[in-house]
Write a protein that binds this ligand. Structure first.
Ligand SMILES: [Fe+2]
Length: 318
């Protein structure tokens, strides 16, 4: 397979305060160079015998492939990010920036500061949509490689010196300001519209427990911190509890094998949250038993491990 060239997206003669010499050199030598390198590496990889080639050779080729591929992709996005007149972003992207950064001004302030912070160094500043959390973030990408896994980049600022040195020398700040004045917001908004249709990763499904209501550990902690009444029950199997040194602060352990022995101690007027080790069968089954008995019971997603993973407080199991 060979990667195909993408024609330059912006019209160089429409750019404000960026010379033909700079843009042509950037597109032909740096974008073109990355694409040519990428195809040369791809060709080389096709000839490699992976059973006999030393690991350091494979590492080197795959690393260079990643650098060249990301450089190619980010340069294509860079040239597609300019060609407008900067100004105010249209409503849809302005609303998204306000939702995720507090305001357009706040987003711009972070994005520009990240560009200025790369003066004298090199790297990319990228506005990326993250389907997992359905939100936008500003991210660095040094050495063309630190892309956010699963992210969809919609705007890229090239902070390698080759992007501005011909016109601006060491004055990276003036270049960043110029880039912002050339932003093509309509194109950015179009990419945001496409990116926001990307589905988040599939959530855990437990079809055997149907519509049993679950609650995230962060929400349980927020309920406890807010002083809301909640009966928080640890129903990890006895052998799990004796093996681990800690229990969740605020939770009471009850043997899931003997629900009938302790169910009478619970109040039906306050909600119950039960959890097991990881949020699978035992916590869910106990929640079902309690719901069948008339309690307002939910299981805690992720269980004890989920609580620990998000940093919830635990105490010694004595
Ligand atoms: Fe570049």
């Amino acid at each position: 397979m060979r990667y195909q060239l993408t024609p330059i997206h912006c019209r160089p003669w429409l750019l404000n305060a960026l010379s033909f010499k700079l843009i042509e050199s950037h597109y032909e030598n740096h974008y073109g160079g990355a694409l040519r390198r990428l195809n040369a590496i791809t060709e080389k990889l096709e000839t490699v015998d992976f059973d006999t080639t030393p690991g350091y050779v494979i590492n080197g080729l795959k690393r260079e492939e990643l650098v060249a591929l990301n450089s190619t992709l980010l340069h294509e996005l860079y040239f597609a990010s300019m060609g407008g007149d900067g100004g105010k972003p249209p409503a849809q992207i302005a609303d998204a920036l306000t939702r995720d950064f507090g305001s357009v001004v706040r987003w711009k302030s972070e994005f520009v500061a990240m560009g200025n912070a790369l003066a004298g160094g090199s790297g990319w500043v990228v506005l990326t949509y993250l389907p997992r959390d359905r939100r936008l973030i500003n991210q660095y990408a040094s050495d063309h490689t630190q892309a956010v896994a699963g992210g969809v980049p919609i705007l890229a600022l090239d902070m390698y010196e080759h992007a501005y040195h011909i016109d601006y020398g060491a004055n990276a700040k003036a270049y960043v300001d110029t880039f912002m004045r050339n932003l093509d917001w309509k194109a950015v908004e179009g990419r945001y519209e496409d990116a926001s249709k990307v589905a988040p990763p599939r959530a855990l499904e437990q079809p055997e427990f149907g519509d049993l209501p679950g609650v995230a550990p962060e929400e349980v902690k927020a309920m406890i911190d807010a002083g809301k009444p909640v009966q928080f029950i640890d129903t990890r199997p006895r052998h799990f509890v004796s093996r681990t040194q800690d229990i969740i602060d605020g939770a009471t352990w009850r043997d899931p094998e003997r629900v009938q022995d302790w169910v009478g101690e619970l109040s039906k007027s306050e909600p119950v949250v039960v959890f097991c080790a990881y949020g699978f069968h035992i916590g869910c089954k106990t929640a079902i038993t309690l719901r069948d008995a008339g309690f307002d019971a939910k299981f805690m997603k992720g269980g004890h491990s989920g609580w620990r993973a998000f940093g919830g407080p635990v105490k010694q199991n004595v």
